[in-house]
Design a protein around this ligand. Structure first.
Ligand code: C5P
Length: 236
């Protein structure tokens, strides 16, 4: 099914398939943090993120939120609709933590009501800088109304996933989404949604259950991702 390797990122490879307009995403076992400055290999991470991300995209589709996701193919791969990724990282924050603390001098744990939306320019050389709406329009090929659509969809994902994670005894603290343009020109939710791209805190213990355990060296990444997958599986 897989043909030529189109692109290799820090956590995934993207392959062409024999079907035009469909791609295979292959989840790698590598973990990186601080824009690739911290690196490690975790045997089994690719499987965990593929399974978690597949479940999240499937759940979103059941709730009426479409994406590039078609289906999970095997342990580490999923089939997706082809999109041209828009170089924006759309971050939604429900609670203050991570990069916003130093940037704005906030205290960890401060709730945001309504949730905060931040845009970052996806550019490794520039270290993904925070940008405003005008910068986003300048640096990408999206229109004003498409930017509005992207933000509305990100907030909708937040509402749906907050509730899902709450039912798993987890608080969705923040997350990052990426969008792409389909071959028919529409803006589509893309990339992955996994503990690599979001922050989840246990509602009882306040323990961090996401990539922060690797970023901060405070826990076992595989153990934590297994717990997330297990809670998702138990939901049924
Ligand atoms: O580091 P920061 O606090 O800005 O991250 C906000 C959210 O975006 C976190 O959930 C983090 O995992 C995610 N993120 C990401 N990829 C990046 C930067 C942040 O998935 N390159």
């Amino acid at each position: 099914m897989k043909a030529e390797l189109l692109y290799e990122g820090k956590a995934k490879q993207v392959y062409r398939t024999n079907t035009k307009s469909q791609l295979v995403l292959s989840y790698k076992n590598d973990a990186t943090a601080f824009n690739g400055k911290k690196k490690a290999f975790f045997e089994g991470k690719g499987r965990l993120n593929n399974e978690i991300s597949s479940r999240i995209f499937t759940y979103l589709q059941e709730q009426g939120i479409s994406s590039h996701f078609i289906k999970r193919l095997n342990e580490t791969e999923q089939l997706v609709h082809e999109t041209a990724i828009i170089p924006l990282e759309v971050v939604i924050r429900n609670v203050a933590t991570g990069s916003i603390l130093k940037r704005l001098g906030l205290k960890e744990g401060m709730p945001f009501q309504p949730p905060l939306i931040e845009l970052f320019y996806k550019n490794d050389e520039l270290d993904d800088p925070l940008i405003n709406d005008d910068h986003a329009l300048l640096l990408t090929n999206i229109t004003v109304s498409e930017l509005k659509e992207i933000k509305a969809k990100a907030l909708e994902v937040n509402t749906v996933l907050r509730e899902l994670y709450q039912s798993l005894n987890l608080d969705l603290i923040d997350f990052k989404l990426e969008f792409g343009r389909s071959i028919t020109g529409e803006i589509v939710l893309a990339d992955e949604i996994s503990p690599d791209t979001c922050r989840l805190w246990d509602r009882d213990t306040r323990e961090k259950m996401d990539k922060d355990v690797f970023r901060q060296g405070t826990g076992d990444l595989l153990e934590v991702y297994e717990i997330i997958l297990h809670r998702l599986e138990e939901r049924k």
